[in-house]
Design a protein around this ligand. Structure first.
Ligand code: GAL
Length: 701
């Protein structure tokens, strides 16, 4: 690509006095990376950063489709970096009233400039944690990328535990509002700037820079049920059969720690007392139409056959008596995968859940490896903690990539540039309100999140939680600590004692319907993911990304967009009503079809089984007849809902749903088009397998 001259120029650095250990960074540069993306290069950056370990090449073609020919959005004269023995401190300009979003999967914070006390400007300390219930900036996925309401994005390419002061610092001699990014240890830094003009543009560029959004296998969008942790083959098969008998939609069966002979740390070997015939177990599950997802964490027990071979390729501290594989080395990856192949991948297990790859930075007894750990690759414990989840995901993805198969796993830690990774984040924290905020925030940083459902405080709490998880990337029911489904008994202790609820039949009926709603939305959600892949637009987004000019949405962290036309406003147990803000445009209540004008707040009193949903006027909403699970030849019967008077087109993506052929042209794009009384479906593409969609009806909503 030929670049315009202004794309590459020497960046004038503010003069810095040389005091003691500080020194002047002499050759800062601004380079063009792609249209609308610049890299500001300060000093000598560290080798081990998120870009060094990227999961996919940048989607240059995708980026060129969103050309940008204006100068860098920030005032260059106001960007500086001071490098000292401590590390790098970068100053970035801010404007009064500017809001900042992102910086990872925060479940407690939204606008990162706001404090609980109503002050503007705070400090976010990006550390991976397993306890995201904090307002410090620690989360399961601390990502050094943010977007600004002024319409640009910034990515600081570091694996250090960086602090972002969002306007809470006043550098001497600088009157205006300033952001400070404090990166310890590094003696240089690459800071990437992503152009708008809107925040959504900046997010899309960041996701394309990361390699584009992931496309899940179709079955990944179905329901996932994870059985009790200590279940053996018999109990698992019995409950799996029971779900089928009850017609509970379910595509994926999750096997928790009990499958391994040792699990904290892990042996990666089957426990043959619980699972005497692994092959037979998998075959029976498959006969019932389940895909399988197996739990593990990376810490490798001395009882594992790979222990001795892995030892030289591990960190110099143990976790739960197990080795910490250095996934930054090909040797550790190969050895680790060889053992996982024997137990899982060669048996065609479709997915894995990668647990415990986060940390407890503030605990007096943090259970994971210390920051002082040395790894053979040269990473230290701090860098490894930042990158551990991503490196683990990459490792476990390899066998699927080699076979040209898609996977859809779970993970408890991630970091920057994660958009192409087929893993969804989850937590133990379990506050429903916080879980919804996770959904609102995930789209700011190329992350996916499941507000998974376990036990519940009441039947109402169970319904409300299931309603929320239905509108997420992975509808996970994680019963790892309850023997019976929560719809048989919501209370954990009673559930495990086998005291089932007298109302369980009605509750089961309701839960079935809620999960069927999920199945109806699969073709629509699949479209949102395919567009995430090609344009970088996140499938689940805060309203402020779609309506950046509406001041009313700036602080809304309990409503989100699900795909392009559905606004979701979850309710919580104990609430009999809530306010829902509807941005510009007309909206239709999903349940009553009542029409509302945009720019207004409406009070909804949806009963406990109807999550508030609003459909944007002027759209086509394809809804499928729910299937119980997705088979290789599943064809969805689709009703196309015509919402409003002049609906735009809608594209359905038809492919085999399981392989990566879709990316090499093996996909049809079926364009739905409604024009007054006449409707049409225009197909195109190179997929020749069983049809996926049958349009059975067109209906005015
Ligand atoms: C936790 C994890 C749970 C479950 C459990 C099994 O760390 O978050 O989802 O897998 O381990 O021991």
């Amino acid at each position: 690509m030929r670049l315009p001259r202004w794309f590459s120029f020497v960046f004038p650095l503010c003069a810095l006095a040389v005091h003691g250990a500080e020194y002047r960074s002499t050759t800062p540069r601004v380079d063009s990376v792609a249209p609308g993306i610049w890299r500001i290069h300060f000093g000598n950056p560290e080798l081990f950063t998120p870009t060094h370990f990227r999961s996919a090449p940048m989607d240059t073609a995708g980026l060129e489709k969103m050309p940008f020919s204006r100068p860098m959005p920030l005032d260059q004269a106001q960007i500086s970096c001071r490098i000292s023995d401590r590390g790098c401190s970068v100053l970035l300009p801010m404007t009064p009233g500017e809001s900042i979003y992102g910086l990872g999967l925060n479940t407690e914070l939204f606008d990162m400039t706001q404090t609980a006390k109503g002050q503007t400007g705070r400090r976010l300390f990006l550390k991976p944690t397993d306890s995201p219930e904090n307002d410090l900036g620690e989360s399961h996925a601390p990502v050094p990328f943010f977007v600004s309401s002024d319409g640009y994005g910034i990515f600081v390419d570091t694996a250090r535990f960086a602090s972002f002061y969002t306007g809470d610092v006043t550098p001497v001699g600088r009157g205006s509002k300033t952001m400070l990014v404090d990166v310890p240890a590094a003696k240089g830094l690459d800071v990437y700037v992503f152009a708008g003009p809107t925040m959504l543009d900046a997010v899309e560029r960041y996701n394309l820079f990361s390699g584009g959004g992931v496309v899940p296998p179709l079955w990944g969008l179905g329901v996932q049920y994870r059985g009790y942790g200590k279940f053996g083959a018999d109990e698992s098969l019995a409950l799996a059969a029971h779900l089928r008998a009850e017609r509970i939609p379910c595509d994926v069966w999750g096997v928790e720690p009990g499958w391994q002979s040792a699990s904290y740390s892990c042996s990666f070997v089957w426990d043959t007392s619980r699972f005497p015939d692994p092959h037979g177990f998998l075959a029976k599950m498959r006969d019932m139409g389940y895909r399988l997802n197996f739990w593990e964490h990376a810490f490798t027990s001395p009882s594992s056959p790979m222990y001795r071979e892995l030892q030289p390729w591990s960190g110099n501290y143990l976790v739960w008596g197990g080795l910490v594989p250095d996934f930054a080395t090909p040797q550790a990856r190969t050895i680790f995968l060889r053992q996982n192949d024997v137990s899982l991948f060669n048996r065609q297990v479709e997915a894995v859940k990668l647990d415990e790859c986060d940390y407890q930075p503030e605990s007096p007894t943090p259970w994971s490896f210390p920051l002082a750990t040395a790894f053979p690759s040269g990473l230290d414990g701090e860098q490894m903690h930042s990158l551990f989840g991503v490196l683990y995901q990459q490792t476990m993805l390899e066998p699927y990539r080699e076979k040209g198969l898609r996977t859809w796993g779970l993970v408890r830690n991630s970091q920057a540039l994660a958009a192409p990774l087929p893993y969804v984040l989850y937590s133990d924290s379990y506050d429903h309100r916080s879980y919804v905020r996770g959904l609102v925030n995930e789209g700011f940083g190329g992350l996916l999140w499941t507000p998974e459902v376990r036990d519940a405080a009441s039947i109402e709490d169970l319904y409300r939680r299931i309603e929320t998880v239905v509108f997420s990337s992975d509808a996970v029911i994680n019963s790892w600590f309850i023997k019976n489904p929560a719809w048989d008994q919501v209370d954990r202790d009673k559930n495990n004692r086998g005291e089932l609820m007298p109302e369980r039949e009605t509750v089961t009926d309701t839960v079935r319907k809620l999960l069927q709603l999920r199945m109806s939305f699969i073709p629509y959600l699949y479209t949102a993911f395919n567009e995430y892949h090609s344009t970088g637009k996140p499938p689940i987004r805060a309203l402020v990304l779609d309506w950046p000019d509406d001041p009313n949405v700036r602080e809304i962290d309990d409503e989100f967009m699900f795909g392009d036309s559905v606004l979701v406003a979850p309710m919580f147990a104990g609430q009999s009503s809530r306010n829902v803000y509807l941005p510009a445009g007309d909206w239709f209540d999903f349940w009553t079809h009542a029409k509302f004008g945009g720019g207004t707040t409406v009070e909804v009193t949806n009963g406990i089984t109807q999550i508030p949903l609003f459909v944007r006027s002027g759209t086509l909403l394809p809804l499928a007849e729910p299937v119980e699970h997705i088979k290789p030849d599943t064809c969805f019967n689709i009703t196309v809902n015509i919402v409003g008077n002049k609906p735009g087109d809608f594209t359905l993506y038809e492919d085999d749903g399981t392989t990566s052929d879709y990316a090499q042209g093996g996909q049809n794009q079926i364009q739905l088009h409604a024009n007054g009384a006449s409707h049409s479906v225009l197909g195109s593409g190179d997929y020749h397998g069983p049809p996926r969609f049958k349009i059975t009806a067109w209906k005015q909503f």
